[in-house]
Design a protein around this ligand. Sequence first.
Ligand code: FAD
Length: 438
Amino acid sequence: MSTVAADVVVVGAGPAGIAAAVRATEAKRRVVVLDEAPNVGGQIWRHRSVGTLGADARTWIDRLSRTNAEVRRGVAVVDVIVGGEAGDITVVAERHLGGVDVIRTPALIIATGARERFVPFPGWTLPGVTGIGGAQALLKQGATFRGKRVVIAGTGPLILPVAASLTDAGARVVVVAEQAPFQAVRDFALSLLTHPETLLQAAIYRLAFLRTPYAMGTWVTSASGTDQLAGVAVANARTAWSLPCDLLCTGYGLVPNVDMARFVGCTTADGAVAVDERQATSVPGIFAAGEVTGIGGVGLAVAEGEIAGAATAGAARIDPSLARRRQALRVVARRMERAFALRQELRSLARDDTVICRCEDVGRAAIASFADSRQAKLYARAGMGACQGRVCGPALELLFGWQPGTVRSPLEPARLSTLSTAALAGAASSAADPSAGS
Ligand SMILES: Cc1cc2nc3c(=O)[nH]c(=O)nc-3n(C[C@H](O)[C@H](O)[C@H](O)COP(=O)(O)OP(=O)(O)OC[C@H]3O[C@@H](n4cnc5c(N)ncnc54)[C@H](O)[C@@H]3O)c2cc1C
């Protein structure tokens, strides 16, 4: 076990965490950055070698490497103990290769990003059905898709790069089914005329799979096959049809990773951490930046990270150009959220025997009669498995309107030795401040 002190701890080395660490370190703060992934860069940058990344990504990763921020990779934060009014925060993290880090700090920046949203429908757990993040990861790991018949279904801009990459990798993308109606997609695209670089990027992706229909107002209603996906049923407002395919990639948007923030008591609104102008949360000493505060893309994550980093370093005011950039990108994010809101039909695709919690193999019928996610967990084990509700939690919210249950430590699966260290750290914090709690 190693115990250190830092002026600022950043959890998450994605675009937001990197920008936050750079800003705080450049303002002469001792910064420790923790990320459970083996590489820095978060969901979007970490899978690629720095040389193949775009200019912006390279600039930020270079800037981070030139600072003296201490970046600890392969380290999962499992507990955060908040004590005292002055922002006395203890972060407990488990090293994947063994050992526990305990870091005391007056300022914590939560930059834990977002995860994929999965919509349950009959057959969604069949081999051959994957989220777009899974498909991207397989591609980056060199999986072969040449000649495979692929259906891409979901919503929003994130399905476009997947369609482009799979086409580029030799897959036969049969259809890209965008659930949002034509008018919503058209209006969103027109609203991007004030952000021509984003529009251009979308057009480049679309050109890469130009021979494939981009069917708006269309969604997958079920996947079929015995041991392996063999085909999908697709519908729009007028008709329904079937398509044979080897791979189905779904992407129904992202969900902010708010568990850590909720655990320490930060206020959330609409599923994201609520922050003020300085990216400060409702808990003194704790800031949040990036997609944990709402889904808005890389540019917004970086802007928020920069503001949070500067705020923890005691900046008296927010850089006005950064505040303007953040505001403009938040407007785009809100438009995107409205345009690609999930349609009602997706909430009723799951049948009685459709698995909702795939870790514990719990079907819809086993939980439909409960009042909330807590009951479903206690009596039917929905959300009790390895992913701890990260996949089925948002699905339960979509299907039944249930809010997520209480978050408890450990925040990630942890070794027993880590738990005992966390307990000791908690006891030490309470001894120093009798009002402390975690
Ligand atoms: C599956 C997926 C696919 C995407 N594909 C694209 C794409 O193709 N194009 C595009 O423009 N955008 C894409 N995005 C969106 C893009 O990744 C985000 O806009 C951007 O990465 C947000 O940056 P962030 O710093 O807020 O979060 P992230 O980049 O998600 O970084 C958060 C980091 O926090 C770390 N973390 C979380 N919890 C802990 C913990 N307890 N302990 C330690 N570390 C922790 C994670 O390992 C992660 O590295 C995708 C997002 C997802 C989830």
